[in-house]
Design a binder for this molecule. Structure first.
Ligand code: GLU
Length: 465
């Protein structure tokens, strides 16, 4: 058995959001760092709210993020026999008992406790009644009456809870369904999970789960409860804070490695390094340095992270990543080497793949379809500007070879020979080539367009009315 086995256990009641994604990233990293196993468990026992489409979407998001899991996903809805087997074992060993109290009776016990200033709890009425199975009866775990449940949380440090604070919890409901805590313990044990990393909304379940392990005589895994990700105002994260689901980030043109790096940094650190490739994360993430304080989600930082990844990744890879967005933008199937050329020109300026693809537009439409910005035209396509374009048309038609260096030289000579400044010539030329005052180096743009397309653009702009 590997030393480290982790699992990610989403409930398929919605898409994978960034909080869940970050938990999955931590689980995956820990397993990969220690050469262990990373499993996926779909917690689909809520039959009303669980949907196949969400399971599919979660798996697709995991794949896109590069979080590969070992073996087939495990579905809780198919494992009732395992759960019931454990409940029966607890009944046989006397660590659990049948309870015949009605929900109204239990509510009354809770109310009484509340009125007495105590925690609302079941009062153990059936604990020693030795009831057998029967209509409307649930099964409860016999919780020790004294002592402490102590565990060393990987994130929060030592946590100790008095057993006396807990009541005899239900492990199989009256309808025969095992409860959540029982199922999680049964699965984590069955899957050989050694490290349970999850959101700290589950931290109050952990002492209860530990008691189930102990009652069954099973080894207790290590736990790590990561704090929630908050919005900039320290409130619960929502769309309002700019947070979206993983699938939306994918659609909007984020790079998966950028999202993984950003989310990993949100709750974990290594010195002051901000950007991590997936390989670096696997190398450095060993479960230490997890921050117990809740981190705030910052969309601008995520955008910055993505831009940095776009700038530093191999061009061929960037070209492959942007290709679907180029198709989506309606530019058709642009050959990879053209895409590489476009990425060179524009990647410094875009913060996501969709914006990058959009920035290609002026260079991918034919001269006749290039939209010319009216304001820029009014300012730069003046009679003087147009006369420069006509002159440059002649200059560039005899420029050979038509590459960035030669075009640059020809342009510089034109400026020098006519005692002009670059500032007089560049704006009309840029407006002619791009349709607006944006883009990259003029010589690179022209080299990308090629001679014919460059000349057509100059001609068209020179006669722009
Ligand atoms: N299904 C639970 C959730 O989505 C995860 C519980 C766990 O990781 O133990 O919050």
């Amino acid at each position: 058995m590997p030393d480290v086995v982790t699992r990610f256990a989403p409930s398929p009641t919605g898409h994978l959001h960034i909080g869940g994604a970050r938990t999955a990233i931590f689980c995956w990293l820990l397993a990969r760092h220690f050469d262990g196993r990373f499993y996926l468990r779909i917690e689909d026992t809520d039959l009303l709210r669980s949907k196949q489409e969400y399971t599919d979407a979660i798996l697709a998001s995991m794949r896109w993020l590069g979080l590969d899991w070992d073996g087939p996903p495990v579905f809780q809805s198919r494992r009732a026999a395992l759960y019931n087997g454990l409940v029966d074992r607890l009944l046989t060993s006397g660590r659990a008992y049948w309870c015949g109290c009605t929900p109204e009776e239990v509510e009354a016990m809770r109310e009484l406790a509340r009125r007495n200033g105590a925690k609302p709890r079941y009062n153990g009425k059936c604990r020693d009644r030795c009831l057998g199975p029967g209509q409307g009866r649930c099964v409860r775990l016999k919780i020790p009456l004294t002592g402490k449940i102590v565990f060393d949380d990987m994130v929060k440090g030592r946590i100790a809870v008095d057993a006396g604070e807990l009541d005899d919890m239900v492990i199989r409901r009256a309808d025969g369904m095992p409860t959540y805590n029982l199922a999680v313990v049964a699965d984590d044990n069955d899957m050989g999970v050694t490290h349970v990393i999850r959101g700290d909304d589950h931290v109050s379940n952990t002492p209860r789960q530990i008691l189930i392990y102990q009652a069954l005589g099973l080894p207790v895994p290590r736990f790590g409860h990561v704090p929630m990700i908050l919005g900039h105002d320290r409130q619960k994260l929502s769309k309002r804070h700019g947070a979206r689901s993983v699938i939306e980030y994918q659609r909007d043109g984020l790079l998966p490695q950028a999202l993984v790096s950003y989310l990993a940094r949100l709750g974990w650190s290594r010195g002051d390094q901000e950007l991590f490739s997936p390989e670096e994360l696997v190398r450095y993430f060993d479960g230490s340095n997890l921050n117990p304080a809740a981190a705030a989600f910052d969309p601008a930082k995520l955008e910055w992270t993505n831009a940095r990844f776009m700038r530093s990744m191999p061009l061929a890879e960037l070209a492959r990543c942007v290709a679907p967005f180029v198709r989506e933008a309606g530019f058709g199937c642009v050959p990879e080497e053209r895409l590489v050329g476009l990425c060179v020109l524009f990647r410094e300026r875009a913060t996501d793949l969709r914006a990058l693809a959009q920035s290609f537009r002026p260079l991918l439409v034919p001269a006749a379809e290039l939209a010319i910005n009216e304001k820029d035209a009014a300012r730069h396509l003046t009679e003087t500007g147009k006369s420069h374009l006509r002159a440059l048309e002649a200059v560039f038609s005899s420029c050979a070879p038509f590459d960035a260096a030669a075009v640059n030289e020809a342009l510089n000579s034109y400026v020098a020979d006519n005692s002009l400044t670059f500032k007089q010539v560049a704006p009309p030329l840029r407006t002619a080539l791009m349709g607006f005052m944006g883009g990259s180096h003029l010589n690179d743009i022209m080299a990308f367009l090629g001679r014919e397309e460059t000349l057509s653009r100059l001609r068209r702009a020179a006669s722009f009315a």
